[in-house]
Design a protein around this ligand. Structure first.
Ligand SMILES: C[S@@+](CC[C@H](N)C(=O)[O-])C[C@H]1O[C@@H](n2cnc3c(N)ncnc32)[C@H](O)[C@@H]1O
Length: 252
C-alpha cells in the first residue's frame, strides 16, 4: 500500500468522529459458498486499507499498472455499475466503497468472473476513504441511488450534505465529474438544491433529456430497475467540478 504525506487538504477525524452513521445494515443473508470464498480469497488482494492518521493514500499506487484516471463509486451496491464501467474502461482505476457485505461479495464474484484487474474495494464508510484521498486525485465520482432516508428526522443521514460535497469537491480534479442518481422525489429536490448551492459544482444539463434519460455510458443498476418497476422515475445528474480558481466564494 502506497502512502503520501498530507497535502493541502485537511483531513477530519476518522470513524465515529464523523458523528452520525449514514448507512444502513451491513449484512442481510448468509453468503453463498462462492461469495464467501471471494470474500476470503479475493477481497484481501483488492481491499484498500487506510494509512495511519495524518497520511494520505496514493490511490494510483493501489493498481498494478498506473491508471490513466481514477474513478470512485460511493455505495456501489451489488456492483452492476462499477463492474460495467471497469470492463469498458480497462485503463481507468476504479475505487468502490460499500459497507453491505452481500453487495461486496456479489461485486467480487463479477470481478473474479470477468478477471478485472482495475478494481479496488473499500469496505467501510466512504467518508473515511474520501478523507484519505489527496486533493484533486480523482477524475470522476459516482453516487447512484444513495439511501433516500425519506423521513424528515432521518434527512441528516443523507449522504448528500455540505460536508460530503466539500469532501467530493476536494478530491475531484478541476473539470472532473460527479454523477448522481435517485428515484426519490424528495431526495431529487434535496440533491439539486445542495449541489446547485455548492460553489465547486456546476450542473451540466442543457435540456430535460440530459437528466431524465440515462446516458449511454451509464448502465442500469438493480436498485434502479426496481424503482422503475414500481413506477418511480429516476433523475440522472451530472455535475462538473469547477476550476478551483473559478469557484464562487459563497454558497447559494
Ligand atoms: C440504495 S443502495 C444503492 C446501491 C447501488 N448504488 C445501486 O444503484 O444499486 C445504497 C448503497 O449505499 C451503501 N452506503 C450507504 N452509505 C454508505 C457509506 N457511507 N459508505 C459506503 N457505502 C454506503 C449502502 O450499503 C447501500 O448498498
Amino acid at each position: 500500500m502506497s502512502r503520501m504525506s498530507r497535502s493541502t487538504g485537511e483531513r477530519g477525524p476518522r470513524g465515529l468522529g464523523h458523528g452520525r452513521r449514514l448507512h444502513g445494515r451491513r449484512t442481510a443473508h448468509r453468503l453463498r459458498p462462492s461469495q464467501q470464498r471471494a470474500m476470503e480469497t479475493l477481497l484481501p488482494r483488492l481491499q484498500v486499507t487506510l494509512p495511519p492518521e495524518g497520511a494520505l493514500l496514493d490511490p494510483a499506487a493501489l493498481f498494478e499498472e498506473t491508471p490513466r484516471a481514477l474513478w470512485l463509486e460511493i455505495g456501489f451496491g451489488a456492483g452492476e455499475h462499477l463492474v460495467w464501467q471497469a470492463q469498458r474502461n480497462p485503463d481507468i482505476g476504479f475505487l468502490g466503497a460499500e459497507v453491505f457485505h452481500d453487495g461486496i461479495a456479489k461485486m467480487l464474484r463479477h470481478v473474479e468472473e470477468e478477471q478485472l484487474t482495475n478494481v479496488r474495494v473499500f469496505t467501510d464508510d466512504a467518508r473515511e476513504l474520501l478523507e484519505c484521498l489527496p486533493d484533486a486525485s480523482l477524475d470522476r465520482a459516482f453516487l447512484l441511488f444513495p439511501d433516500p432516508w425519506p423521513k424528515l428526522r432521518h434527512h441528516k443521514r443523507r449522504f448528500v450534505q455540505p460536508e460530503q460535497l466539500d469532501a467530493v469537491a476536494r478530491v475531484l480534479r478541476d473539470g472532473g465529474e460527479f454523477r448522481l442518481a435517485t428515484d426519490d422525489p424528495g431526495y431529487q429536490r434535496w440533491m439539486l438544491i445542495q449541489l446547485m448551492r455548492h460553489p465547486a459544482f456546476e450542473w451540466t444539463a442543457e435540456r430535460p433529456g440530459d437528466w431524465r434519460e440515462r446516458p449511454k455510458d451509464w448502465p442500469a443498476t438493480r436498485y434502479e430497475l426496481k424503482a422503475l418497476g414500481q413506477g418511480r422515475q429516476p433523475v440522472y445528474l451530472r455535475f462538473r467540478r469547477r476550476a478551483r480558481q473559478d469557484e464562487t466564494s459563497s454558497r447559494g
